[in-house]
Write a protein that binds this ligand. Structure first.
Ligand code: PHB
Length: 388
């Protein structure tokens, strides 16, 4: 097989890149090691920044999001039961859209198949080769047959556990990371929202987040130990803890638990996001803790920059944007890393924190929710910094 851009991974990064390239008249082949139903049902966060929702609409994949997504013009911060709202509309004139990441994936997959562009699921034994040559290659097996794609460039959109990043020789990448001494236990519950906007709740017992997927489906998270086994959390224990951490602020209705799982918390960045003709985008290059819900949004920003760079290369034989790709992305990535880390540290109880740290954290939350300047700074970052 022969293409211009070989894309490894059909998550939000790979699928959006494929669509942006098609709009520029650039060919791509996307390969994915999971099945279509797996990627379309994998539960992730569900919060889309203002510009990213506009992007989905501009690329023609936003119709269902516009019908089913919920527009949120603010969030609530709970401080031991005292609920304070941050008003995005008044502070920055922007909103976020609540719409599950797997729904975005479904919409982009449907669009790609309708376009008739190649998207191969359940490929195995994926490897990437000749990354510093002018014709890099992707090898894999599909339906039992060994295949090779001869590309101009490869986009590594295959996530944190993918094969692209580890194919870069030792010593090229610098890694920056931080682990957090807790995780998030998340459930999906058939129950109505206690509040029409998100509640980020700080309590002395630990953090909890109330979010939603629709007006009848609640998504709830609890800070738990980082090595917590899900078996230790019966439904009754989960509800009891949710009532304690969220119930002070609003009455929480219980519902049928459709799904429960534990999300690890990690901050991770590699620099540069490129090696030869392999360009990394999304989770293959960086992971944020879920507190700011920035993962998919960052992936979209990466591939907007990458598609612009490919466009300049093919239309004008100008490789300036390709050379600047990593630096351009990393400026945004580090701001999102800083924001996600800050949201995480302000909201969670840390195992070895001192009484001083605890008081400082409460003062931080009080400042955030009582100073217009501080609230505006949060709002500006939460709805998403504009793409430059
Ligand atoms: C979610 O809806 O799953 C969600 C929303 C906001 C977050 C994290 C997760 O900060």
């Amino acid at each position: 097989m022969r293409t211009q851009i070989g894309i490894v991974g059909a998550g939000p990064a790979g699928l959006m890149l494929g669509r942006l390239l098609r709009m520029q008249g650039i060919e791509s082949i996307i390969i994915e090691n999971r099945s279509r139903s797996y990627i379309e049902n994998r539960i992730r966060a569900g919060l889309i920044e203002h510009w990213a929702a506009d992007l989905l609409t501009e690329v023609g994949a936003g119709a269902r999001m516009q019908r089913e997504g919920l527009l949120h013009w603010g969030i609530n911060i709970g401080i031991n039961g005292d609920l304070r709202r941050i008003d995005f509309r008044r502070l920055v004139g922007k909103r976020v859209t609540i719409y599950g990441q797997q729904e975005v994936v479904k919409d982009l997959v449907a669009q790609r198949l309708a376009d008739g562009d190649p998207l191969l699921f359940e490929v195995t034994d994926v490897t990437v080769h000749d990354l510093t040559d002018s014709r890099p290659k992707i090898r894999f097996r599909h339906d039992g047959v060994a295949q090779e794609i001869d590309c101009d460039f490869i986009a590594g959109c295959d996530g944190f556990h993918g094969v692209c990043r580890p194919s870069i020789p030792q010593g090229v990448l610098a890694t920056f990371e931080r682990d957090y001494p807790f995780g998030w236990l998340g459930i999906l519950s058939e129950s109505p929202p206690p509040e029409h906007e998100l509640i980020y709740s700080y309590t002395d017992r630990g953090f909890a987040l109330y979010t939603m997927r629709s007006m009848t489906l609640a998504r709830l998270y609890l800070q738990c130990d980082h090595d917590e086994a899900i078996e230790n959390w019966s439904d009754a224990r989960i509800w009891d803890e949710l009532h304690r951490r969220l119930g002070g602020a609003r009455e929480l209705k219980e519902g049928k638990m459709l799904q429960k799982g534990i999300t690890p918390m990690r901050s991770f960045v590699v620099e540069p996001m490129q090696y030869g003709r392999l360009y990394l985008a999304g989770d293959s290059a960086h992971i944020v803790p879920p507190t700011g819900a920035k993962g998919m949004n960052l992936a979209f920003a990466d591939v907007v920059y990458l598609s612009r760079a490919f466009d300049a290369f093919y239309k004008r034989r100008d490789d300036t944007l390709l050379r600047d790709y990593s630096a351009k992305c990393l400026r945004r990535v580090w701001k999102a890393q800083r924001f996600s880390w800050w949201m995480t540290q302000i909201m969670h109880r840390f195992p070895n924190e001192s009484a001083f740290d605890h008081r400082r954290q409460l003062a931080d939350l009080d400042y955030l929710t009582s100073s217009e300047s501080a609230a505006r700074s949060l709002a500006e970052q939460y709805v998403g910094l504009p793409l430059d």
